[in-house]
Ligand binder design. Structure first.
Ligand SMILES: [Zn+2]
Length: 138
């Protein structure tokens, strides 16, 4: 059974089939892009009329609510949600730089990293949005 992915804004399912569907902005054009639902696999499906440049950053949007999915942690990443084994929603971040292979799955005990370019994001604090007990009042 394939993993399910959800939009963090409207919470709708992004992969009704085997591929995860995004609306990707390329200049003034918008097209659907289909990515593998398997973490660490980087096959990309898009229409032949759409030309993507290696190393260029693209804006990924939810195909349903059209929210910009750019990560709040790093502007080169996209954030979506997936269900963990115990059915808790967790964040999956992946690079929105075309051709870059980096994916991060939030796990209870840390971050699972996928892709040969994941090391480029060593400096990103994937727990940055969670409450930091050291900054609490007492
Ligand atoms: Zn949405």
């Amino acid at each position: 059974m394939a993993r399910s992915y959800f939009c963090p804004h409207c919470r709708r399912l992004l992969n009704p089939g085997t591929k995860v569907i995004f609306l990707v902005e390329n200049g003034t054009d918008r097209e659907l892009m289909l990515l593998s639902a398997k973490l660490g696999e980087y096959s990309v499906v898009h229409s032949r009329s759409m030309k993507f440049e290696e190393g260029k950053i693209y804006t990924f949007r939810c195909p349903m609510c059209r929210s910009d999915l750019t990560s709040s942690l790093d502007e080169k990443l996209v954030d979506i949600l997936t269900e963990s084994d115990d059915e808790v929603m967790v964040r999956v971040s992946f690079s929105r730089v075309f051709g870059e292979q980096a994916t991060f799955l939030r796990a209870p005990d840390g971050i699972n990293r996928f892709g040969e370019d994941a090391s480029r994001y060593e400096g990103v604090n994937f727990f940055g949005e969670t409450a930091d007990p050291e900054n609490g009042e007492g």
